[in-house]
Design a protein around this ligand. Structure first.
Ligand code: SAH
Ligand code: SF4
Ligand code: F3S
Length: 449
């Protein structure tokens, strides 16, 4: 017998992860995959061959939460066929519903909240459990150190979690808990590690990322309280890191030093997602957003003064309880005044446990009609902004091969997807591109010699 035949092929256990919701969940899924990697699990794209299926869930709107239960329903036959398949539910539905998930769906073995997922490996070993605590220890410090494998050129890095803003419609303060900023040294250490593994662009993440603050390192007089703008400047000093982005921001936390960073820091990309939710002062007040339309517009003016070409995006909720036709027209008016590069708009979804939950709802057909009207205006702006890129030169970081032979696709400074004929190029190249064409949700361009 040859060596090869006598050695049993050590079948690594396979982990399938499905991620719903925001970028913070994308980051968390990556960290959970790394944590389970230390337990001998490798990722698979194929759910039917998995030894463990992990659903990392979102609770933001009713539809998002209900997706979990339809996916679990579809997993029943697989679990019946292979009873030792482990099924885990992580993320914000896990936090909001806890053990209720197992009562409703007994096929679920593990329920783990977003602040407790460093305990997932131990739970998986134990076989069954629920953990939705907000532990005192820092989960990031209790996760195994990621293997030094190569990473894609653009990565996420969570620097802040949770939210203390309590907008009247929103579950995040309950599912993610109070606002916590990660310390400077740990963020910079993680950024250096990412760069050493091939990352050239980092998006700093937080539910209120621009509210991040922390104690600076007590070296060379850099100590004292740092705001988010200072953190960005420290990130920009990292050799090999070419691009910095951040999301999501609250208008009230847009400090002067952050606006200044948009003026003076070339590595900070000219793109800002700044949700406003509504263009009506009455509704903003009912939403507990704690700013007015005028304050938002003046802020946009200051940001554009610092970085005239910045691409602005936002989130809107239509049909919030009490919204009148006039409130809706005020929202359309705000959109017309700002001119967004793109924006997300949602029909209000009442969420149990939030202050607005019991308020009388807007007629659903009316809300649908308003949503359509708003989306039509936003898409016409998106189209115009994209078309204004044609003829301009931008930088593009190649992230993967395109659909056609010899084609690459990457993101421009303004986060547009750009397709480029570049047969000699590789993933991770940062190139100059002249935009030649604007399509529905992407641009096309050619390499600049
Ligand atoms: N922290 C971010 C956004 C978090 S949730 C911020 O403060 O802007 C992402 C978006 O989902 C929100 O901006 C909002 O537009 C939308 N959203 C949140 N709760 C919602 C609800 N109950 N119904 C409809 N949309 C909601
Ligand atoms: Fe939700 Fe408001 Fe906090 Fe954003 S700022 S996460 S919308 S409560
Ligand atoms: Fe959803 Fe939780 Fe993110 S509710 S939007 S996954 S913070």
């Amino acid at each position: 017998m040859t060596d090869q035949a006598s050695t049993p092929v050590s079948a690594a256990k396979k982990l399938f992860i499905k991620t719903y919701g925001c970028q913070m969940n994308v980051y968390d899924s990556q960290r959970m995959a790394e944590a389970m990697g230390a337990e001998g699990y490798v990722l698979t794209e194929n759910q039917s061959e998995a030894d463990m299926v992990l659903l990392n869930t979102c609770h933001i709107r009713e539809k998002a939460a209900e997706k979990l239960y339809s996916d679990l329903g579809r997993l029943k036959p697989l679990k019946a066929e292979r009873p030792d398949l482990k099924i885990g539910v992580a993320g914000c539905v896990a936090q909001a519903e806890g053990a209720e998930i197992q009562r409703r769906m007994p096929i679920v073995d593990l329920v783990v909240g977003p602040q407790a997922y460093h305990r997932l490996p131990a739970m998986a070993r134990a076989g069954r459990g629920v953990d939705t605590e907000f532990p005192a220890e820092d989960k990031f410090e209790h996760l195994p150190k990621p293997a030094a494998t190569r990473r894609a050129p653009a990565a996420f890095l969570t620097v802040q979690e949770g939210c203390d803003k309590f907008c009247a419609f929103c579950v995040v303060p309950y599912t993610r808990g109070a606002e916590v900023s990660r310390p400077v040294d740990r963020i910079l250490r993680e950024a250096h590690d990412l760069v050493s593994r091939g990352v050239r662009e980092i998006t700093l993440l937080g539910q209120n990322v621009n509210g991040w603050h922390g104690e600076g390192p007590s070296l060379e007089g850099q100590g004292g309280e740092w705001g988010f703008g200072r953190l960005i400047r420290a990130m920009a000093e990292i050799d090999g890191l070419d691009r910095i982005r951040y999301t999501t921001s609250h208008p009230n936390d847009m400090a002067d030093d952050l606006i200044e960073a948009h003026r003076s820091e070339p590595k900070l990309m000219p793109y800002l997602h700044l949700p406003v939710q509504s263009g009506s002062n009455r509704i903003l007040k009912a939403m507990n957003r704690k700013h007015t339309v005028d304050q938002y517009l003046r802020l946009i003016d200051r940001i554009r003064e610092a970085r005239p070409d910045i691409l602005l995006t936002s989130d809107f909720i239509v049909g919030f309880p009490g919204e009148t036709d006039q409130d809706h027209r005020d929202t359309l008016d705000l959109v017309a005044r700002v001119n967004f590069g793109t924006a997300f708009s949602f029909k209000y979804s009442p969420r149990p446990g939030t202050p607005a939950y019991d308020r009388p709802e807007v007629d659903t057909d009316l809300a649908d009609a308003r949503l359509q009207e708003l989306q039509a205006l936003l898409s016409s702006q998106q189209k115009a902004v994209q078309e204004s890129m044609v003829g301009r030169e931008v930088s593009v970081l190649f992230e993967k091969p395109g659909r056609n032979e010899g084609q690459m696709v990457g993101k421009s400074d303004y986060l547009h997807a750009v397709f480029v004929e570049a047969p000699q190029a590789k993933v991770g190249d940062l190139v100059r591109v002249r935009i030649t064409h604007s399509a529905a949700n992407s641009l096309a361009g050619e390499l600049v010699a």
